[in-house]
Design a protein around this ligand. Structure first.
Ligand SMILES: [Zn+2]
Ligand SMILES: [Zn+2]
Length: 187
């Protein structure tokens, strides 16, 4: 915080001359310490203090936010599956709606308290909620695929065995002779 004459030096780096001042606490700051905000340059201490005031979430908010997100995402993905196989387009329309509903409900439930942690938890639980319903479907389609592949393989094996038998029969010299015999008999 040393001011020698008209020259300002950064309050964190006294060896650095600067012309910048934090527009909140008015302390001189160097280019490295200055953080640009929509209202001008601020020092890192002021930014940190601002963020602390910004993070107003309480521990119970995380539970509320997580629960709302999971339930709504679950309901949303249920509707998506129930609406049926209106794919892509409708899901794309519905997904942001569900997302907006989750955000506004969580905000209401937590009385507009917020923090980056709460956002992360909300998004995480929304993902879990959505995946919960899709999980059996994924497993089902996976098992169907496996069963399908299995029967396909059995079919292939049966077909192969059949072909092998036929080929073997065709090359069976005795069968050929028998055929000749029967022809001779007919004649
Ligand atoms: Zn400041
Ligand atoms: Zn500095």
């Amino acid at each position: 915080m040393s001011e020698s004459g008209t020259k300002l030096t950064c309050y964190k780096h006294p060896e650095r001359e600067t012309l910048l001042r934090c527009n909140r606490c008015e302390r001189p700051i160097c280019a490295q310490c200055a953080v640009q905000t929509p209202t001008g340059y601020r020092c890192r201490d002021c930014i940190r203090e601002q963020q602390r005031r910004f993070d107003t979430s309480q521990p119970r908010d995380y539970f509320i936010g997580g629960a709302i997100a999971a339930v709504l995402a679950f309901a949303g993905s249920w509707v998506m599956t129930a609406v049926g196989l209106l794919p892509g387009f409708f899901s794309l329309l519905l997904a942001p709606l569900v997302g907006t509903a989750i955000v506004s409900l969580v905000r209401k439930a937590t009385q507009k308290r917020r923090s980056s942690k709460l956002t992360t938890i909300t998004v995480l639980f929304a993902g879990i909620g959505a995946a919960l319903l899709l999980l059996p479907e994924i497993l089902l389609s996976l098992s169907l695929l496996l069963v399908g592949e299995y029967s396909f393989l059995t079919g292939l094996l049966v077909d192969l065995a059949d072909r092998l038998c036929r080929t073997a029969l065709c090359h069976d010299p005795f069968q050929h002779e028998r055929l000749l015999d029967s022809k001779e008999l007919i004649c």
